[in-house]
Design a protein around this ligand. Structure first.
Ligand code: DP6
Length: 401
């Protein structure tokens, strides 16, 4: 390719994680700025198993901002994408006028090309928008040379994305201000704080979620009195208890709060009018399985949580993973000639005692769960240093197009 066909590209590639809330965000007080009606808390999952990778290039020769997601060009005029682009450029201009020499002044007017891929199927129903917007904002910030608090910008892409800007255990403080400046994410503890904690994603179905979280929570805010009660009177206390439980690494308290909060979130969905159902028969079977398993041991060893879809996310400790995975395999016998049932971190094979099998009274549900991803808490967004990892070529277009 001739040297001068594209002006010098400023190209950066970063990765960002998925997060799973243990105190759920559901409901906005400001739709445009994405300001929530309650604070929330999540665990950032390890990027070895689940991540978004994004490359952003800027160049004087680009005619317009463009974006490719998982191989397809998408409409960059989407208001939430526009908010993120506008806010990063605004911050860069402000830093420059404040005299920060790190900001590339010539690049400020340049258009960007963005290319983003997930290392997990979108159909897995995982919160890909959180990882996606966190990665977009983190990468754009590096291209434009801005640093510091960025979760408030990621929040304007998707509320839960602000929590993916940090690793480990992260709270999103709802804030009080009308301009949203105090509605930001903060790390509660780093990923190294609780090394025994494990996360199992039980992928129940490849169906797409029936009602998206954005419109679902809007209807809940309009119609559910339970949601108002939850936000005003339940979540504030629960947030304090959860932060304490994380600091103390008190699994029983962490687990009980996680399950109760998931259940209350799904209760507010049922209290929404018309009601919203995210759980299916497999989800309900997993809930029952977890409670029977814990009752058998007279100890809370495993917790479930569900977002706006039927997949269970299980929190447990490393010492219980092998047995619980075997329990799941027993009650949800996988397709024998299907793909791999267990992905992610390796798990030892164990035999289940007859006593345990008899203690759980459930009819097996063949193929109810497609596969399990075994993962743990992980770090926040990272810069990918190696240039051959860029998703855009030297012409500024996706490499694999
Ligand atoms: C159930 O962050 O996807 O996963 O802000 O409208 O983009 P928008 O919603 P989104 O909602 C996530 C809801 C949830 C709970 C949570 O992650 O806290």
């Amino acid at each position: 390719m001739p040297e001068d066909s594209v002006d010098k590209l400023n190209m950066v590639t970063c990765t960002a994680p998925v997060n799973i809330a243990v105190i759920k965000y559901w409901g906005k007080r400001n739709e445009e700025l994405i300001l929530p009606i309650n604070s929330s808390l999540s665990v950032t999952l390890h990027q070895d198993q689940l991540k978004t990778t994004t490359t952003v290039a800027s160049s004087r020769s680009f005619q317009e901002d463009r974006i490719w997601l998982n191989g397809n060009e998408e409409d960059i005029s989407h208001p939430r994408l526009q908010s993120c682009l506008r806010e990063i450029r605004r911050l860069a201009r402000k830093r420059r006028s404040d005299g920060d020499p790190g900001v590339d002044v010539t690049g400020l007017s340049h258009k960007v090309h963005v290319c983003s891929v997930n290392n997990f199927p979108t159909a897995a129903g995982l919160a890909s928008s959180a990882a996606g917007f966190a990665c977009l904002v983190y990468t754009l910030a590096r291209v434009f040379g801005v640093e510091g608090e960025l979760s408030g910008i990621a929040r304007q892409g998707s509320g839960s994305a602000c929590r993916s800007m940090y690793g480990g255990f992260v709270q999103w403080i709802m804030g009080q201000r009308d301009d949203g400046k105090d509605s930001i994410a903060q790390q509660v503890a780093p990923e190294t704080h609780w090394p025994e904690l494990r996360v199992l994603v039980l992928v129940a179905s490849a169906e797409r979620k029936p009602v998206g979280s954005t419109s679902g929570m809007q209807t809940s805010v309009e119609t559910s009195r339970l949601l108002k009660h939850r936000a005003d009177s339940v979540v504030p206390g629960r947030m304090e208890e959860m932060v304490e439980a994380v600091h103390r690494k008190d699994f029983a308290t962490f687990a009980e709060l996680t399950m109760k909060d998931s259940n209350q979130f799904h209760a507010t969905c049922l209290d929404t009018y018309p009601p919203i159902f995210y759980l299916n028969n497999v989800s309900r079977q997993v809930i029952s399985l977890v409670h029977q398993y814990n009752r058998h041991y007279r100890d809370i060893r495993v917790a479930y949580t569900f977002d706006a879809g039927p997949n269970a996310v299980i929190y447990t400790l490393q010492e219980n993973v092998a047995e619980f995975v075997q329990v799941v395999r027993h009650f949800f016998p996988p397709e024998t000639n299907g793909g791999q049932f267990l992905k992610g971190l390796p798990v030892d094979c164990v035999d289940l005692s007859e006593e345990l099998k008899n203690a759980i009274s459930l009819a097996p549900m063949p193929k109810g769960i497609g596969y399990i991803i075994n993962t743990k808490a992980g770090p926040g967004p990272c810069v990918v240093e190696h240039p051959n990892q860029h998703l855009l070529g030297p012409d500024g277009l996706p490499k694999n197009a």
